[in-house]
Design a protein around this ligand. Structure first.
Ligand SMILES: Nc1ncnc2c1ncn2[C@@H]1O[C@H](COP(=O)(O)OP(=O)(O)OP(=O)(O)O)[C@@H](O)[C@H]1O
Ligand SMILES: [Mg+2]
Length: 221
């Protein structure tokens, strides 16, 4: 599903050349739940953004579902993102002026899916995440755990094979964090691939494999 071969990423910033990811190799199978841990600034989010085609490698290659993303242009990357990848973030990133169901509909609006079909699909996915009874609530009328479940519903609504989550439990208490991990586990059981970045060793232990980013080098535990 995902192959990283000697991925290197450097940024040119304020006249300085910064090697953020020095060497990353990874081979992740479909249906695996994988964590990446590491200290702040070690390059975890950068790595996730590379896998998610939000950024491009300096050298090395990333293969997602048999496609080498290094040779893609911006449009092709955007298409791959919208069709194959669902993103989940620490701060949920819901649209404050839209209620839960409208938030879940957003990726389908970009896909040009008609309103009645959007509502049908959004309701089905909210039900799966146990959030249907809150569909007309706005983000500020939901708890943190509920907001993250709506954000996950939004990430899933186009049925991606790959879920990428950057500190998805970082803003949640222990119980909500475990519940969110249970959601990721059930997605992996449905043969979706899930990669999460986390500071939390307890959360990392709930995954199938743990990688550690040490100063730009990726090491499997
Ligand atoms: N666009 C950019 N331009 C220049 N430097 C960058 C850029 N993005 C990230 N960096 C640098 O790369 C390093 C790694 O950043 P990254 O966000 O990947 O760390 P992280 O492991 O996710 O940290 P945290 O746990 O705090 O989220 C940092 O030193 C950061 O300053
Ligand atoms: Mg980060």
């Amino acid at each position: 599903m995902i192959i990283l071969d000697n991925v290197h990423k450097n940024y040119h910033c304020n006249g300085e050349n910064l090697a953020v990811v020095k060497s990353a190799n990874m081979h992740i199978k479909q249906g695996e739940l994988v964590s990446v841990v590491g200290r702040s600034g070690s390059g975890k989010s950068t790595l996730l953004n590379l896998i998610g085609c939000l950024d491009t490698v300096s050298t090395g290659s990333i293969i997602i579902n048999k496609t080498d993303v290094a040779n893609m242009d911006g449009n092709e990357m955007a298409e791959l993102r919208s069709q194959q990848i669902g993103f989940v973030f620490q701060a949920f990133n819901l649209i404050a002026r839209s209620n839960a169901i409208k938030n879940v509909e957003i990726p389908m609006i970009y896909q040009g899916i008609k309103a009645s079909e959007r509502v049908r699909r959004a309701e089905r996915i909210l039900e799966k995440l146990n959030m249907l009874d809150r569909k007309y609530h706005y983000p500020n009328q939901l708890s943190g755990g509920q907001q993250q479940r709506v954000a996950i519903a939004r990430a899933l609504v186009n049925e991606p094979n790959l879920i990428l989550a950057d500190e998805p439990t970082g803003a949640l208490d222990v119980k909500n964090a475990r519940d969110i991990m249970a959601v990721f586990r059930s997605l992996a059981n449905e043969n979706k691939t899930v990669v999460i970045v986390t500071h939390d060793q307890e959360i990392a232990k709930m995954s199938d494999r743990v990688f550690t980013m040490i100063d730009g080098n990726l090491v499997e535990e």
